[in-house]
Ligand binder design. Structure first.
Ligand code: NAP
Length: 267
């Protein structure tokens, strides 16, 4: 399938690692020009053949100025903006006991730059009849405990996906969200590394994932995000799509190994 991404200009936040790096790599492979706004450069980008289509903008997205500068530098280098992928975020464990200042800082890390990037890019996305993809999290629906700032941010990202889809529909701009649950990334690896037995912790999580009892890959996440970003999904907007092997919504009984484990109530 031709996704129609040749020479489209895409901004991806947090594109140096994990899901963001997967999205940047696939967009480049599909012929798009890509701007990666991230704290540190990607180890693997750009390859020599991609260097004329790739721009790295270094900065911390918690600062609004980084967002403004990223849009400005994109326009200076590539002149248009067709696609915005808001991806950068971190499950920073700011719970109820952390207090209002820490909560606000978590919103800065996880939410406010999604709005700022969309704000600064909106006029150019309208000119291009482009699209926005927001990367969320299953935590917005399931909760997790001890992570109020992240959960609130991800809940707001779903709401903004619908809100912007309505606001931007008259200009032909589509807005969708992709929600991971358990995707194997450096972020996830770091979280598990803090546990007493990371290998056992990984195996325990995998047993809870209905489809193939494994983590979602970065490539599987990127495939959905890039499809939604592309003109190939030209009549899809306001959608919140879980790429999670059924983790969030399927009957929990399906990850119990035997009916005996579950008792008699397998209805
Ligand atoms: P990751 O492996 O940590 O990669 C995130 C990238 O974004 C890193 O390059 C990071 O830079 C950059 N970044 C983060 N905050 C930034 C900031 N304030 N300013 C500039 N750059 C920043 O994370 P990931 O697992 O791919 O997660 C990507 C998105 O998916 C996040 O929104 C996350 O909430 C969501 N998500 C992931 C999972 C999962 O299972 N992995 C589950 C649910 C939701 P540094 O390298 O400098 O930190």
């Amino acid at each position: 399938m031709d996704l129609g991404l040749q020479n489209k200009v895409a901004i991806v936040t947090g594109g140096s690692k994990g899901i963001g790096l997967g999205i940047v790599s696939l967009l480049l492979k599909e012929g798009a020009k890509v701007v990666n706004v991230s704290r540190s450069p990607a180890d693997v980008l750009p390859t020599p053949e991609m260097s004329d289509k790739y721009l790295f903008v270094q900065g911390d997205l918690s600062t609004t100025e980084t967002c403004r500068m990223a849009v400005q530098q994109t326009l200076q280098r590539f002149h248009f903006i067709d696609i915005l992928v808001n991806n950068a975020g971190v499950n920073d464990g700011v719970g109820l006991s952390a207090g209002p200042d820490a909560f606000q800082q978590s919103l800065q890390r996880n939410l406010l730059h999604y709005y700022a990037m969309a704000h600064y890019a909106a006029d150019f996305l309208k000119q291009a009849r482009g699209s926005i993809v927001n990367i969320g999290s299953k935590v917005c629906e399931t909760g997790q405990g001890g992570t109020s700032g992240y959960a609130a941010s991800k809940g707001a990202i779903n709401a903004l996906t619908r809100e912007w889809a309505v606001e931007l529909a008259p200009a032909g701009v589509r807005v969708n969200a992709v929600l991971p649950a358990e995707t194997w990334t450096p972020l996830y690896e770091r979280c598990l590394a803090e546990m007493p037995d990371p290998v056992a912790a990984r195996a325990a999580i995998e047993r809870l994932i209905p489809l193939e009892r494994r983590f979602t890959t970065i490539e599987e996440l990127a495939a959905m995000a890039v499809f939604l970003a592309s003109p190939a999904s030209s009549h899809t907007t306001g959608q919140i799509i879980f790429v999670d092997g059924g983790y969030t919504h399927l009957d929990r009984k399906c990850t119990v190994d035997t009916v005996a484990d579950f008792g008699a109530a397998a209805t």
